[in-house]
Write a protein that binds this ligand. Structure first.
Ligand code: NAD
Ligand code: DAU
Length: 360
């Protein structure tokens, strides 16, 4: 049975990936999830899989080389899918250090542990071992002109401490591929949305605030563009890259779905109005006049857009979920999981929100 070591599996994309993999492969694979449960890690995301015999959770920090080495020593790991990271740009602007520790040093620890476990005496690697580094389109910087796209050949030009730390980790993975012929791939994905996303990110924050009648903060002029991808499509792409990708290659993953932030907010408000029943008391909270333009993010990248041509041509992956469908599924999930939202927005989140936005 093939064993996957997933890092950061208690976070947004990692938990969706684990659900996707169990839906697809059932009991024919084993997953070990390593996560140190930062503010963004939440075992509630994995409640429905926690009793499976082919699933194990290990509470460990990816910077702890002893703990990570032990996992490789005690298990024959076949695939690493490396999600664990500090992932929020605004937090990186306030406190860059943890981003370098987790995203750069943590990735180095993962690379070294996998290399030590998989390398043979002659410097080659055991057959059928693969490491996938989950990265972001933000490493490419910012696009100004419409009609231009990020390609795998676009030079890295990160601007935020977050994207600089991710670019550094991409470079480390590349250096292991180039130096040791380490069996890895890098994927650079655009903005994800869907179930289990922490409400520091635009889409869940707007859904949550709108339902409560709180202000809807828009940075700058609201015309920054992101390329939104439904998270299940990302999970599928990661699996397909590990199955069919050429070792050593980088693949861009994107939604073909560029939208200005202000348009995303209008779509969310419209969809909420459509989905809430006439007598739902939250309906009166969902109001356009709550849109509030606030100070811009420092160094705010203007536009991201991925050309997912290589992954389509080589691997056959393409984004399947239209935004109108994906946002409905996402909102329906948040309706059904009010308790989840209550739990993640209590405690530390209140302080974060107050510091970041100055209250409601
Ligand atoms: P997230 O913040 O929701 O989850 C990160 C997870 O990593 C959490 O469970 C956290 O507890 C864990 N973690 C953090 N530091 C750790 C450490 N030192 N040791 C062990 N676990 C640790 O992030 P996400 O949005 O799910 O993103 C996952 C990955 O995908 C990241 O590498 C991110 O850069 C990348 N990515 C995200 C997006 C997006 O839109 N969210 C897009 C492209 C790429
Ligand atoms: O592009 C991929 C990246 O997408 C990932 O690598 C990151 O981990 C992920 O956080 C995301 O980064 P962004 O900065 O693009 O996502 P965020 O949801 O924070 O912001 C999306 C856009 O919305 C961005 O232009 C900033 C704006 N925004 C965000 C928030 C939280 C607002 O206008 N108001 C807000 O309150």
């Amino acid at each position: 049975m093939r064993t996957y070591l997933v890092t950061g599996g208690a976070g947004f994309i990692g938990s969706n990936y684990i659900h996707y993999m169990f839906r697809k492969y059932g009991n024919s694979i084993r997953i070990i999830n390593v996560d140190c449960l930062t503010y963004a890690g939440n075992l509630e995301n994995l409640k429905s899989v926690e009793d499976r015999e082919n699933y194990t959770f290990i509470n460990a920090n990816i910077c702890d080389s002893e703990a990570i080495g032990k996992i490789f020593a005690e298990n024959e790991i076949d695939r690493v899918v490396h999600f664990a990271a500090e992932s929020h740009v605004d937090r990186s602007i306030k406190d860059p250090e943890i981003f370098v520790k987790t995203n750069v040093l943590g990735t180095l620890v993962m690379l070294n542990a996998a290399k030590a476990a998989w390398e043979l005496e002659d410097g080659s690697f055991k057959a059928d071992k693969k490491f996938l580094h989950v990265s972001t389109d933000e490493v490419y910087g910012s696009l100004e002109e419409e009609g231009t796209f990020f390609y795998e050949t676009t030079p890295l030009d990160p601007h935020s401490p977050y994207s600089a730390s991710k670019a550094s980790s991409d470079m480390l993975v590349k250096s292991y591929i180039d130096t040791y012929h380490f069996p890895a791939n890098i994927t650079n994905c655009s903005n994800n949305y869907g179930p289990y996303q922490f409400p520091e990110k635009l889409i869940p924050l707007i859904i949550n605030n709108a339902l409560q009648g709180n202000k809807l903060p828009v940075y700058g002029d609201g015309k920054n563009v992101r390329d939104w991808l439904y998270v299940d499509d990302h999970a599928k792409a990661i699996d397909m890259v590990q199955e069919k990708g050429r070792i050593g290659e980088r693949y861009n993953i994107g939604g073909h779905n560029e939208k200005q932030n202000i348009d995303i907010i209008h779509i969310i408000l419209r969809t909420l109005q459509e989905m809430l029943s006439e007598d739902d008391p939250r309906r009166k909270n969902v109001r356009e006049d709550l849109i509030t333009y606030v100070e811009d993010r420092k160094g705010h990248d203007r536009r991201y857009a991925i050309a997912p041509d290589k992954i389509k041509e080589e691997i056959g992956w393409y984004p399947e979920t239209m935004f109108e469908e994906g946002i409905k599924k996402t909102i329906a999930w948040f309706f059904e999981n009010e308790e989840w939202m209550k739990h993640v927005t209590s405690g530390d989140y209140q302080k974060y929100y107050e510091d970041m936005y100055g209250g409601k």
